[in-house]
Design a protein around this ligand. Structure first.
Ligand code: NIG
Ligand code: ZN
Length: 410
């Protein structure tokens, strides 16, 4: 006897399971089955498809005629950090830009100070609030970066908090070492980068990927290449914060280094975008950051997809450049500003996001984890359309109903 059947599903969204990410035109293909059921046993999918009488289960979860999809995958966050930076909004209003704030010792370095001061428990409690909200918004797989410690003790503290989050919540996580995220005040780039490179052996026990912020005033392409080569030699797959503000050639470097993802890419070159199609690298676009930094030019998702590349989407949740943990909001910005189609967007936040962090998630094939969301929406196009609110109605983790949207108590 199976355990659970999800019944009364108006439409079931079924992204395609493939060995690599969906690229180019494939990104616009999405299987949607009307009048469907999902059958679950031991937390895994037994069947997801058209309604049939073939299965018996001990329990049912009523989808109430709503739409159902795999839980979303969030492939780029800075969820573990101390404090907040609301004061930067006034600076931005006065015209001080992101890199100038960083150059003056604020921005990332402000959060570094607050993260260094915070205890393990303080960081865990704070990140737990955001993780709860992410889950309530339909996310059950989360990538989490360090990078606000900038020394051995505090980078390890951040990574250990990240691991503790995974133990505390029914989520699958990937943990990324981002030691070279900024240059501490009074330090010299090369010498600090060497210190972070020397930490790679030790952080290997806690981190799945090694990441770096390649940007004007932070790390150059040459410095980043050196770090990525060292990380790869130690067995890491690499990631990069590339071409976020200035076009430095970070995307080309990512492809050269066989990075699992290249993230941001607002200022990526035409050459880099072209090379994406023949690479193993997923472009993780973060349009919430472009919006929050008040820029008018967004990453050229159309150029990347239309030339055959693989694109994913993430919040980039962090206290400075994108203060939202709502991935549905990013789906809306992707529709409006990246001109991505609804099918491309759904693939970008499920299968392609999973490939960007090497997680077997985002699909509902037999044997997959039964991580599922019932959405209070008439169809899959509705979620990017009705923006800024939470459409997740029921969230099911490993076959267990863990969140139901509360109503009003009138
Ligand atoms: N740009 C670099 N790192 C983060 C921002 C971190 C911060 O501002 O605190 C990002 O991905 O946007
Ligand atoms: Zn980031």
């Amino acid at each position: 006897m199976n355990d659970v059947m999800i019944t009364n599903i108006k439409s079931l969204i079924l992204p395609k399971k493939t060995d690599g990410p969906l690229k180019g035109k494939e990104m616009d293909e999405l299987n949607i089955v009307d009048d469907a059921i999902v059958v679950i046993k031991d937390g895994k999918i037994v069947y997801a498809g058209a309604k049939t009488d073939e299965y018996e289960t001990k329990e049912t979860i009523d989808a109430e005629g709503k739409i159902v999809s795999p839980a979303l995958v969030e492939p780029h966050t800075h969820i573990v950090h101390g404090g907040s930076r609301e004061h930067e909004m006034s600076l931005k209003r006065q015209g001080v830009d992101y890199l100038t704030i960083l150059e003056q010792g604020g921005g990332i370095l402000n959060t570094v100070e607050q993260t260094q001061k915070a205890s393990f428990d303080e960081l865990l409690n704070k990140a737990s609030v955001n993780m709860t909200r992410m889950i309530q918004h339909g996310v059950l797989t989360v990538e989490s970066k360090s990078g606000y410690g900038l020394d051995r003790e505090n980078e390890l503290k951040q990574l250990k908090v990240s691991k503790a989050l995974e133990d505390k919540f029914p989520v699958l996580m990937r943990h990324t070492f981002l030691g070279p995220h900024a240059i501490p005040k009074g330090r010299e780039a090369e010498e600090f980068l060497q210190e972070m490179t020397d930490l790679l052996d030790e952080v290997k026990d806690y981190a799945d990927f090694a990441d770096i912020f390649t940007e004007t005033g932070v790390f150059s392409v040459d410095q980043s290449r050196k770090y990525m080569e060292a990380a790869r030699e130690k067995g890491f797959r690499v990631k990069i914060h590339a071409d976020e503000i200035d076009p430095l050639g970070g995307l080309e470097l990512a492809i050269e280094q066989d990075a699992i993802s290249a993230d941001h890419l607002v200022a990526a070159s035409e050459e880099g975008k072209k090379q994406l199609a023949d690479s193993n690298t997923v472009a993780v676009l973060l349009p919430g950051t472009t919006f929050y930094l008040g820029k008018n030019e967004f990453a050229d998702a159309r150029g990347m997809i239309d030339q055959g590349g693989a694109v994913s989407l993430a919040t980039d949740y962090n206290p400075g450049s994108c203060v939202t943990d709502n991935l549905q909001m990013i789906m809306a910005i992707a529709a409006l500003k990246l001109k991505m189609t609804p099918n491309e967007i759904w693939n970008a936040v499920t299968v392609n996001a999973a490939h960007a962090i090497d997680a077997d998630r985002g699909t509902l094939e037999p044997g997959d984890a039964a991580n599922i969301v019932v959405w209070d929406a008439p169809n899959h196009e509705y979620i990017p359309y009705h923006y800024g609110v939470n459409h997740a109605y029921k969230v099911i983790a490993d076959g267990k109903l863990i969140f139901e949207r509360p109503g009003l108590n009138l």
